[in-house]
Design a protein around this ligand. Structure first.
Ligand code: DP6
Length: 361
């Protein structure tokens, strides 16, 4: 550093999609390292749809670390941000551009401050996994800026310490977060199962039932569940380990019936342990329940599942259609049951692929 003076700024921009869990993570065995009580599996969305874009920059003229989310300054003092920043800084390497005569030495990173600007193209904290895309993008862009040599799996262990589900957004396609065994969390990392091309007929439709901020955050909700639900240990020890094996097999074989059965059952069991929490947590609402009935009736009338549904910590429905034709039919059914009007039950049917809406007419 030094030779270039104070008059420079180095910047990196990255984009990370969110992910939707089909076998849910709910409950921690270590709160500060964010180690889960069970493994989970998710599908990462197409980057052009629900994603976070983050620009990180460094300059000797920056007096402190700062962050803006959707244009508003937010505090970086939280333990999770600090932990991610510390983990990344401790692994930073030399950054050198010989042509420009530019160098930041490894030891300089301890003194330099970063500015972080992040944008979500979807509602923040409405059960659409905004923290997943957010922390994954933060860790990835800072790792690029500071020239880390770690691979995506190792970076996922850092993103996990920002928000558990974030570790899965470091990869595309279907991803497993292995709960790991080590007490330092070094083996609690994301592992890519298959890439996005493996099962590319699947179409994901998100029905935004409510874009409002959820009442109970995932973090406090899952803490309460672990402390009070008698069912959660049975789920984590007996049910999920079997489902993980079955789900990996269903994904590998593109077996939609098994995939849909497991996804819907796991979503319903996750919401059952929320109800089994004291006081009970209600993430879904009447509209969410009506969507479940619609899909269940349709799947039963076809004899074989057409659509899988899953709900995270909010009322919004993520539906996975077996192909594009089914996704168009699904949208037609949703438009019929929830006609768009001023007091519509749904805020929006589909985020991203608007061409589907045109096909649904
Ligand atoms: C219901 O990853 O948001 O979406 O680790 O406390 O930040 P923290 O929780 P978070 O929880 C996500 C829970 C879930 C299920 C899932 O994504 O697997």
């Amino acid at each position: 550093m030094g030779e270039q003076g104070e008059n420079w700024i180095l910047m990196v921009t990255a984009q990370t999609p969110t992910n939707i869990a089909v076998i849910k993570y709910w409950g921690k065995r270590d709160e500060s390292l964010i180690l889960p009580i069970n493994s989970s599996i998710s599908v990462t969305l197409d980057p052009s749809h629900l994603c976070t874009t983050t620009t990180v920059s460094v300059s000797p003229s920056f007096k402190q670390d700062c962050m803006w989310l959707n244009g508003k300054e937010i505090s970086l003092s939280g333990g999770r941000f600090q932990r991610c920043l510390r983990e990344i800084r401790s692994r930073a390497c030399d950054v050198e551009d010989e042509k420009k005569g530019f160098k930041i030495a490894k030891k300089d990173w301890e003194k330099l401050h970063v500015h972080i600007a992040s944008y979500n193209n979807f509602p923040t904290a409405a059960g659409l996994a905004s923290s997943a895309a957010g922390f994954a993008c933060l860790v990835f862009s800072l790792a690029k800026l500071m020239n880390l040599k770690e691979d995506h799996g190792q970076l996922s262990a850092i993103a996990r310490q920002g928000s558990g589900s974030a570790c899965r957004s470091l990869f595309g396609g279907f991803v497993k977060w292995d709960m790991g065994k080590e007490s330092d969390g070094s083996d609690s990392i994301a592992i890519p199962l298959v890439d996005e091309k493996h099962w590319d007929e699947l179409v994901i439709v998100i029905a935004v039932v409510s874009a409002h901020q959820k009442e109970t955050s995932s973090t406090s909700g899952m803490r309460d569940t672990v402390e009070t639900s008698p069912l959660i240990q049975h789920r984590a020890k007996e049910v999920v380990p079997k489902r993980i094996v079955q789900m990996e097999e269903a994904i590998s074989n593109r077996d939609f019936s098994t995939f849909a059965h497991l996804s819907c059952s796991d979503s319903n069991q996750f919401h059952a342990v929320c109800l089994d929490t004291s006081p009970p947590i209600f993430y879904m609402n009447d509209t969410s329940h009506r969507i479940i009935s619609l899909v269940e009736k349709w799947n039963r009338s076809e004899g074989t599942p057409q659509v899988a549904y899953t709900f995270d910590a909010g009322p919004n429905a993520a539906m996975i259609a077996r192909n594009r034709k089914v996704a168009t039919l699904l949208l037609q059914k949703l438009l019929y049951c929830f006609p768009p009007q001023a007091d519509a039950d749904l805020d929006s049917y589909v985020i991203g692929d608007k061409s589907l809406l045109k096909e649904a007419g």
